[in-house]
Design a protein around this ligand. Structure first.
Ligand code: F6R
Length: 364
């Protein structure tokens, strides 16, 4: 049931503040001071290394989580796409925990990667939407993301709920490892609890994305740029766009631009820059200016302060509400999704059932 929306994807984008709030209420204790996990739980004090494995959008959630686990919990993380992971035959050292992220919990490559790690890793964790899935059943600890049924083939609310669940796990890990104290943990949890409201406000950019979509839909190629934890968001924006609009889109870490991709820049290739004001903002802006100096047409996605300092000469600016830098990757999923959705509508493609794609990939 589309509940009055034109597509499941539109409904699932709009549902995000609500499902996120449910996920937060599930994992944050009533007093708001700690993260509670289902049995048997995990103590990250005894973990030395974390391996994160997934496919597609779930893999991009893992990429964001790598930045978080390393910066906030000081836990070394390696990540890989599930289709490559087991064929690398990675050696597994004691103290390693493995974490698999999957909406369906049935993705063949992710399940095979989990089975490769069973008996090798100290602990097998999963972050899943379907709680009765194979991946959940075969994990020592399965964390539900509580997104509700996701029908649209392009993943939207599952991505933001995966990120939210991973953010909670990162905070638990940081506390277990003594990297943050109770007061800082409580501050982070309070910020997370404000996120559904901020996300609600961010959905107001829908009209602005609709206005941009016609012009984007005429492009043959589109580039996405981001730095730090915004790099995986750029990848997610490009994946979403190609999945449902069939426009060729690619994402690069902003700093990689001058190592090759800048050769693609010309006025016919829109460049979408995801840059909240954070410690990396000035560097991203200088990459953006390199694009503009070569005639590139830039769509800047930032906050009010970013728009004030960096909008000169850009084609368009989309302004999102302020959010703590740690949580920006969750919020910036909204413009990535809405741009893809409205560009696909402008092209007239089948948004919920894109060609050649299946909701759950149960063959290798
Ligand atoms: C993208 C998308 C896919 C899935 C991928 C993994 O919009 O839906 O890239 O994210 O196939 O699927 P799950 O999460 O079910 O393992």
């Amino acid at each position: 049931d589309k509940a009055g929306y034109k597509h499941f994807m539109a409904k699932e984008i709009a549902e995000q503040p609500t499902v996120l709030q449910g996920a937060l209420a599930h994992y944050i204790d009533a007093a708001g001071g700690s993260v509670t996990l289902p049995d048997p739980g995990i103590d990250f004090a005894g973990i030395e290394r974390l391996t994160l494995v997934a496919c597609g959008t779930a893999f991009y959630a893992c990429m964001v989580a790598k930045y978080w686990f390393e910066q906030i919990a000081r836990l070394p993380v390696e990540i890989d796409v599930a289709s490559e992971f087991r064929y690398r035959e990675p050696p597994v050292t004691p103290g390693t925990a493995a974490l698999f992220v999957s909406q369906s919990g049935e993705t063949a490559d992710t399940l095979a990667a989990l089975r490769y790690m069973a008996g090798k890793a100290d602990r097998i964790l999963s972050v899943v939407n379907v709680a009765e899935s194979s991946i959940a059943r075969e994990s020592d600890l399965a964390l539900p993301i509580l997104a509700g049924v996701e029908v649209g083939v392009a993943s939207t609310k599952a991505f933001t709920c995966q990120l939210t669940t991973l953010a909670l796990l990162v905070l638990k890990a940081a506390r277990d490892r003594g990297e943050i104290d109770d007061a800082i943990l409580a501050d982070h949890l309070a910020a997370l609890r404000r996120l559904p409201g901020i996300m609600n406000a961010a959905l107001n950019i829908e009209t602005a994305t609709r206005d941009l979509a016609q012009e984007l839909s005429e492009a043959r190629d589109i580039l996405f740029l981001g730095r730090g934890a915004m790099y995986p968001l750029a990848l997610e924006g490009a994946l979403k766009l190609k999945e449902i609009s069939y426009i060729h889109a690619e994402a690069y870490a902003s700093g990689e631009l001058k190592h090759g991709p800048i050769a693609l820049v010309d006025p016919a290739v829109p460049v979408i820059v995801m840059a909240p004001t954070d410690g990396l903002f000035d560097k991203t802006v200088s990459n953006m200016q390199e694009v503009m100096a070569r005639g590139g047409k830039v769509l800047l996605i930032t906050d009010a302060a970013g728009a004030r300092t960096a909008s000169d000469g850009v084609w368009k600016t989309l302004i999102l509400p302020d959010v703590p830098p740690f949580l920006a990757p969750i919020l910036y999923a909204i413009p990535a999704q809405l741009l893809a959705y409205h560009t696909a509508i402008a092209k007239g493609t089948d948004v919920d059932q894109p060609r050649n794609l299946a909701k759950s990939v149960t063959v290798e």
